[in-house]
Ligand binder design. Structure first.
Ligand code: PEP
Length: 237
């Protein structure tokens, strides 16, 4: 089953999330065969984004690196699970870059997800400079090391998101996505339930080519997922 995750980032009020969920529900009817859909709203819109009929599930975009305690402003993995999340995005490049999340912190976040029963969607990917220097594979291998203590028998989603492709309108080619997928599958070959997504400027226009030209298990989608019709079109590609 291909997996499509809509990362809304810091967008959508209650009313907007509600309208989106209503429109997506109307568009997909009983669901899209062979497609698993996930919405990743801000914490404040989780309730509005939930589908009572279970045609999509929820992810949070971040979790705290601690289980509970005096960490003002943080939301724990257990709280996210309690609010209806099944998945948690961990290690998105925006969090690594703007919030200084490093490998040690991300490893703790992964452990917190497991303790709460959340399936991590672990993001990794190279910068343009790393790519130009021929360091793409080395970067993926290094970032995958953060998963070293994550139990191999638990379901895991890894999202290959080259940083130069996120929000730039310049998606990776299907061949690039496939090369990274093969590398990640090799590095993570001990994993028993692994799905590898591609993310970075996926649109309704390029989704079919990316899916047919690579063996990725689906997409993590930012900008194009903010409109229900766009997310639906990508999931139907
Ligand atoms: C993302 O932020 O995970 C992402 C893939 O964004 P976009 O689709 O806008 O490039």
């Amino acid at each position: 089953m291909k997996l499509f995750v809509a990362n809304w980032k810091m967008h959508k009020t209650h009313a907007e999330a509600q309208a989106y969920a209503a429109e997506l529900g109307a568009r997909i009817g009983n669901g899209i065969a062979g497609r698993e859909l996930v919405l990743a709203p801000a914490f404040t819109a989780l309730e509005e984004a939930r589908d009572a009929r279970g045609r999509w599930s929820l992810a949070c975009q971040n979790v705290a690196a601690e289980l509970a305690g005096p960490f003002t402003g943080e939301v724990s993995a257990a709280m996210a699970a309690d609010a209806g999340c099944r998945y948690a995005i961990v290690g998105h490049s925006e969090r690594r870059r703007y919030f200084g999340e490093d490998a040690a912190m991300l490893a703790r976040k992964l452990a917190c997800c497991r303790a709460a029963g959340l399936t991590p969607i672990y993001c990794l990917g190279e910068t343009a400079d790393e790519r130009d220097a021929g360091l793409t594979e080395a970067t993926l291998v290094r970032q995958a090391e953060t998963l070293a203590k994550d139990p191999v028998d638990r379901p895991l989603v890894v999202a290959y998101e080259p940083i130069w492709a996120i929000g730039t309108g310049r998606a990776a080619t299907p061949a690039d996505a496939e090369t990274a997928r093969v590398q990640l599958a090799g590095v993570l070959s001990a994993r028993r339930q692994l799905r590898i997504l591609y993310g970075g400027s996926v649109t309704p226009e390029n989704a079919a080519a990316l899916l047919s030209g690579s063996a990725v298990d689906g997409f993590l989608i930012g900008g194009a997922s903010l409109i229900a019709a766009g997310f639906e079109a990508i999931a139907r590609a």
